[in-house]
Ligand binder design. Sequence first.
Ligand code: CU
Length: 88
Amino acid sequence: MSATTSTVTATYTVTGMTCGHCVSSVTDEVTKVPGVRSVDVDLATGQVTVGADGPLDDTAVAAAVEEAGYTVTSAPKERSGSCCGTCH
Ligand SMILES: [Cu+2]
């Protein structure tokens, strides 16, 4: 039951997360962003990988992370799927 068929994936770096509760807070908020299908948080590195149906709204994701009480420190490092590095 782990199959996700996201068309776009982006990885954000988030600071301020220190425990599993932080992880679930971020996951909870980012999941609410329209189009988001999957949220995968790596607490050790602060990397949040977001999978979406269509083009991801970086601003909305950053706002959701801030809503949870944390900060996105870097724009997506990786992008795959239907988006390319120059189409934003
Ligand atoms: Cu915490």
